[in-house]
Design a protein around this ligand. Sequence first.
Ligand SMILES: [Zn+2]
Length: 372
Amino acid sequence: MIFKNALAYLGRERGFVKTDIKINDERIESVGNCTESGEDCEGKVILPGFIDIHIHGCNGADCTDGNPRSAGEMSRYLASRGVTSFCPATMTVDEMLLRDSFVFIRETMGKEEGAYIHGINMEGPFISPAKKGAQSEKNIRNPDIGLFRELNEICPVKLVDIAPEMPGADEFIEEAKDICTVSAAHTATGYEEAVKAFDKGITHVTHLFNAMTQFGSREPGLVGAAFDYKKNEIMCELICDGIHIAPASLRTAFSILGNRAVVISDAMAASGLPDGVYSLGGQKVIKQGAARLPDGTLAGSATDLFSEFRNLISFGIPFDDILYALTLNPARSIGVDGLTGSISEGKNADLIVLDEKMESIKAVIVKGRKVF
Ligand SMILES: [Zn+2]
């Protein structure tokens, strides 16, 4: 497959370049003038495919709903929204259902019809009841490296969440950091404890601002620790639906974080569907614009990365920052940036073809295959 004369985004240094892209099998073979004929993309924009490393569900499916077909359904729907790879995120559910979900996701991997799966984002059960958000309290448990190892044997985990104040968290972080990215999440931890957890090996923060201690004048909180920590890069997830984080806070966060910002959807089954009553990790969720538990707590989101891309442009975030936060930064945060995340020779041909104004998706290519 060859795309001719497309306006392709080739990174911060080069920006948009009018070029040809030659795809050989699953990979990008060359970016630049190509003498062979191909599909004329005059007037179209090509971006690297978006990567959603934190998504529970969409289009009626949820990867922890006990249905073996859910992860496959997510894969198909996500491709229609410009997402070319993802990490299905499990919830704080009972152990039996958690194990089943791992089995079902593993069985889906390699057979995806749309976006492909990198591995699991394990959000819970090792979180704090004090900041549980929409996670079920009765299924929260103390960090358990044995259980984590068993689950990782069933299906590879790319990212695991932990509340650093929970008993056994230090030992857990030390062992888990050699297996996957470890993220601070759903936690009441303050600034000092957060810095210690970063020293131990946490390199990521789950949905920054949500379900954590906030940035204050005398209490910098986990948000302040994530902004300020210097020994390692701390990658920070941001839900950019305009509801979870106000546009002004997003502009501030993007300017502080630069290449450490990671846009996630944190979407649940109602994403892509009309307002109504849905379920998330066994809890009733009402979607009325936003998705909430009956008590009003935000319960995941009903957005997707393409809608967030459009939001971020309208919020006035610099285009390079937006694009990196949808592609290369998430890839880097889970260690797959050698495979995907940019339009580069040798990487997977994961691409989105858009109209000139980048308002609508014309085609989505996943590993060299047109899936939308
Ligand atoms: Zn989530």
